[in-house]
Design a protein around this ligand. Structure first.
Ligand SMILES: [Mn+2]
Length: 423
């Protein structure tokens, strides 16, 4: 399905007067509001193909109807999110779940909806049908060279699929690790992983990037080969200038200072990508900003500072939502996540950086805190709404989604019982 623009415009009419009123209130207090609105209007976040269907846990999975069954339908769903928000102009694919059988047809489908192809994702955390060697005891780190070679060949195949679609990056997340002390020789596993990554890196086109994602535990519970940003950074440095660290918000132990990690990586130009989600306990993959919105704001403060003060030439990170949906309609949840990300970003853009620097240089702790909290406590809904309005999107995307009754239309089109490929 595709949302007709006139339906968005018609629903916007009912919200316009109140929105304009809130915007004029806000612009009285902030002189640089127009620049902030433009920055938010230009911001886009990639949607992963695996977040468009019902997720599940190892205990069960509950569908909700109208789920996308194939790559074309996944692209259509991202098209819906993008039509309502104009902030989601890319999809991140996962191989083998999203193998493009007809790359030209897939590309023209995406083009017609204004969708590009973000980072490609490989999968060596599951065994596929007819696969020669098992990844039960690891992939790129495996003790058996034949298994490592198979995993390298898979990643090379993923790059090749990405080339046909116009993607420019590969994200590697490894489930490799061990469940029990003594099971794995840490140093051998690290060196095997590096050697395997070197073979994948050698296949990377000149204008591509390789993102190395880390995670401290799960699915392995004693050790993970790439457990933290330091390990990812070491691997990236050894590979070369096209390799970067990727930070996933959920891939940290509780209370980790993620904004500090972001700042440190950007100091060296090594932050390549960012996966948004939120969590209470572990890698919960909850909607962005639902548990720790202040942390998200502090992260964006570092991102904004890092992009404005950038001697190491850190590229603009590849932004992606990485979440799972067990209860909510994924399209509604992804819209909520986009709004949470843009809220944190807009608030970070409101921070008076000059005043903050003066307060920091004078070691005025109280003033520093006030500057951050003044920005955080500002209601920025009108900034987001105005950014969307200028782009021809919805003032209130969730209300519009419900008003148009998108999910019912998807159920009518696709039925109640289809399940998306993925987790
Ligand atoms: Mn991730």
């Amino acid at each position: 399905m595709q949302i007709q623009k006139d339906k968005i415009v018609a629903f916007n009419e009912s919200l316009l007067a109140e929105h304009k009123d809130s915007l004029s209130q806000l612009s009285k207090k902030h002189q640089n509001l127009d620049t902030i609105i433009d920055t938010i209007a230009a911001f886009n976040i990639a949607i992963p193909s695996w977040a468009l269907g019902a997720g599940g846990t190892r205990f069960g999975r509950f569908g909700f109807g109208g789920e996308p069954e194939n790559l074309e339908q996944k692209i259509e769903d991202v098209g819906v999110i993008n039509a309502l928000t104009k902030s989601a102009n890319a999809i991140s694919l996962h191989i083998p779940w999203d193998i493009p059988k007809d790359a030209e047809a897939i590309k023209s489908k995406a083009d017609s909806l204004g969708i590009q192809f973000d980072a490609m994702n490989s999968n060596t955390f599951q065994d596929q049908e007819n696969q020669e060697h098992s990844y039960k005891f690891g992939s790129l780190c495996h003790t058996d060279k034949a298994v490592r070679n198979q995993a390298v060949a898979h990643n090379i195949e993923v790059i090749d699929y990405g080339i046909t679609l116009g993607s420019k990056s590969l994200t590697v997340w490894l489930a490799d690790g061990s469940n029990f002390p003594g099971q794995l020789n840490f140093r051998r596993a690290f060196e095997n992983t590096l050697a395997s990554l070197k073979k994948i890196y050698a296949h990377l086109p000149a204008d591509w990037k390789l993102f190395i994602e880390y995670k401290p535990y799960e699915p392995n519970f004693y050790s993970m080969v790439i457990q933290d940003w330091g390990t990812s950074h070491m691997l990236a440095k050894d590979l070369g200038e096209k390799a970067y660290t990727l930070v996933d918000l959920g891939h940290h132990l509780p209370n980790t200072n993620i904004e500090h990690i972001v700042a440190t990586l950007m100091t060296r130009g090594m932050l390549g990508g960012f996966h948004f989600n939120d969590s209470k306990y572990g890698d919960d993959d909850l909607s962005v900003g639902v548990i720790k919105p202040y942390q998200l704001f502090l992260i964006f403060n570092e991102l904004v500072y890092g992009m404005e003060n950038n001697p190491a030439k850190n590229p603009i990170p590849a932004w992606m939502i990485d979440a799972s949906h067990n209860l909510k309609d994924p399209l509604e949840d992804l819209i909520q996540s986009i709004e949470a990300i843009e809220t944190a970003y807009a608030k970070a853009l409101l921070i008076d950086q000059k005043a903050l620097e003066s307060a920091q240089m004078e070691n005025d702790v109280v003033a520093s805190q006030r500057i951050l909290q003044d920005a955080f406590n500002t209601d920025v809904k009108a900034i987001l709404a105005e950014a969307r309005l200028r782009n021809g999107a919805a003032i209130d995307p969730i209300a519009t989604y419900r008003n148009i009754d998108v999910r019912q239309e998807l159920i009518n089109e696709r039925g109640m019982n289809n399940a998306a490929t993925g987790l």
